[in-house]
Write a protein of this length. Sequence first.
Length: 214
Amino acid sequence: KKPDNTIIKPPTARQLAACLAIFMLVLPAAVTPAYAVISNTVTVMGTAPGGTPDAVTDQATENVDVDDAAPVLVVTKVATIGGSPVDGTTDDAAAGAVITYTYTVTNTGNVGVTNVSLSDDHGTDADGSLTTITLGSLTADGVGEPSADDSLDNDWDYLAPGDQVSWTAGYTVTQVDINTQSANGDGTLNNTVTASGGYEDSDGNAATVQGTAS
């Protein structure tokens, strides 16, 4: 019987390329590294004369740039007295009137923000300080990962990009407010609200972001 002199040739580069498949790695919006690594390995096995396995391995790696982390918190504030909006120009609030503030914080950035909290500094006498700021409802854009809050405090645990959350607070106008505003000639009750939260920057470091409204 003649020996089998068949020669097994290793695959060509074209044949290897035909075997490769490329997979896309989609990263959550809360984590934004400088690049995503796409890696794929293919192994081709053959049998040489004499039965000795002969392995051919090729590996392809591709780096894909993604956007840097760019968090943005946009804050809006609406004031009402007795359910009617206050425009700050034609509505006069007497001492004892209760102003209800509704604050809305929207994450317009490209990364999630954690532990979003709200503070409102009226800058007036302590006897007219704000009542407890109460966490309200969430409005989600339905795109990407969802926002989440599982704690009992008034902070929002995780606000996803495109989502917004609201708070409310009450403030009782004092005689000190009226005297102060009359003395400085301003005639209005001014205050600034600040929203704060944390995020992970493109280098993986913890960072903070703030937004304000007056």
